[in-house]
Design a protein around this ligand. Structure first.
Ligand code: DLZ
Length: 162
């Protein structure tokens, strides 16, 4: 199967982020992965014009908490989108399944309820190596991709109001 590194994006096709206010929430579990994803997202937003004062970065204990944290953040005024960053590694119990199911469905529900983009930058991997490969390794950085997706989705939403 061909593996595409989606972090190799065309920067000229990305909307200017200077008018946008964006939240980034990262889970504390697996910090060697989530720190790299967070850095990738923040650097990319900054490169595309998002001002430091318009970037709201917060940490939560685990990936499971991302849903409620995104909902709370979007309950405050003037947030255009939230990027949720987490990393769940398959273990010996069924915790993995419950967390992945809850956060993917939860984030979808928050986006629909709040009518704003909520981006799923959550790695769900069998091994730590697979996660590291996607957090700045050979398969790119999914935090970078989350940032690009947020900028494109905000521009999409604004285009509907023009
Ligand atoms: C409990 C748990 C486990 C087993 N594994 C992970 C994980 O791989 N990644 C992650 O982000 N969080 C994990 N957690 C913690 C849950 O996300 C959550 O913080 C707790 O269940 C408390 O609600």
């Amino acid at each position: 199967m061909k593996k595409t590194n989606l972090s190799d994006y065309d920067p000229t096709a990305v909307p200017d982020g200077s008018p946008y206010r964006i939240g980034v929430i990262a889970a504390e579990w697996n910090p060697e992965v989530t720190d790299a994803l967070l850095q990738g997202a923040v650097d990319t937003l900054s490169e595309h014009g998002v001002k430091a004062e318009n970037l709201l970065v917060r940490r939560v204990p685990g990936t499971f908490e991302l849903t409620s944290a995104a909902d709370m953040m979007l309950g405050t005024p003037n947030i255009d989108a939230v990027i949720c960053i987490g990393c769940v590694i398959q273990g010996e119990t069924r915790h993995f399944e419950f967390i992945c199911q809850a956060v993917s469905q939860g984030i979808t529900n928050v986006a629909l309820k709040r009518e704003r983009p909520v981006i799923f930058s959550v790695l769900t991997c069998d091994t730590m190596q697979q996660a590291l490969d996607r957090a700045g390794g050979r398969h790119g950085n999914k935090g970078v991709e989350g940032a690009i997706t947020a900028l494109k989705m905000i521009a999409y939403q604004r285009s509907l109001c023009e």
